[in-house]
Design a protein around this ligand. Structure first.
Ligand SMILES: Cc1ncc(COP(=O)(O)O)c(C=O)c1O
Length: 234
């Protein structure tokens, strides 16, 4: 039931649930990348960075670290050598960087790459990467999707890629426990209400910090817009 619900919310053809976000991300990557394949990413979240750094010695995957907020850097990486996957974390952990997913996905697709987006920090109420051109969403459900009572993750998107990830999940065993699926489904019922409040609260904190004399810089997607509005008003 969780898989059906999350596929519908994200706009995926199919979904598969995992024990955690990292199980979803690592399994989907393993199901696509073969020995020697290249992947382009800007990974910010420590576990993902470690996954790519450590695993590339086993799989001999070449990892191109690129600042994906700079599309010319992505263009250069795409021209440097053929790659298999573009892995985008958006919003990125910990500096909440935003990537232009539609533009990046188009550039990657033109070169035949599969585009995976980790949108754990936004979730489907705030952002739907599949509508922006991603082939797969591989995200954590441990944060906003449930009520933080259960770990979880999911992969959703193109049916063929999701089935591939599902087959690897059956072998590697990162399956979501049925009780965690129940808790996460209960969390989904209040997702829209909680996300509106999270966004309101975060914006208030960003505005407060931005005006604070001891704060040099605020990393929040809307903070520059807020500053501009405030200086215009001033
Ligand atoms: C952006 C991002 N992706 C994935 C994960 C991993 O999620 P999980 O803790 O469910 O494995 C995290 C965890 O903090 C994260 O911040």
């Amino acid at each position: 039931m969780f898989e059906h619900k999350i596929a519908e919310l994200e706009g995926g053809e199919k979904a598969v649930a995992f024990a955690s976000g990292m199980a979803a991300i690592a399994t989907s990557l393993l199901s696509i990348l073969k020995t020697g394949d290249s992947v382009i990413t800007h990974n910010k979240y420590t576990a993902q960075r470690t996954y790519f750094s450590r695993n590339r010695f086993r799989t001999r995957n070449n990892v191109e670290w690129v600042d994906l907020t700079d599309l010319s850097a992505l263009d250069a990486a795409l021209s440097r050598r053929p790659a298999k996957v573009l892995f985008i974390e958006c919003p990125a952990n910990p500096l909440v960087e935003i990537v232009d997913i539609p533009a990046a996905a188009k550039m990657a697709h033109d070169k035949g790459l599969t585009v995976i987006v980790d949108s754990s920090w936004a979730g489907p109420y705030v952002m739907r990467p599949l509508e922006m051109g991603a082939d797969l969403v591989a995200s954590s459900a441990s944060k906003y999707i449930g009520h933080n009572e259960a770990m979880g993750g999911y992969v959703t998107g193109k049916a063929e890629l999701v089935s591939q990830a599902n087959n690897y999940m059956l072998t590697f065993g990162g399956v979501m426990a049925p009780f965690n699926a129940l808790l996460t489904i209960l969390g989904l019922k209040t997702l829209h209400v909680r996300m509106d409040r999270h966004c309101e609260n975060a914006m208030e904190i960003a505005k407060f910090l931005e005006g604070h004399p001891k704060i040099q810089r605020v990393h929040y997607p809307d903070s520059r817009a807020t500053r501009n509005t405030r200086s215009q008003n001033a």
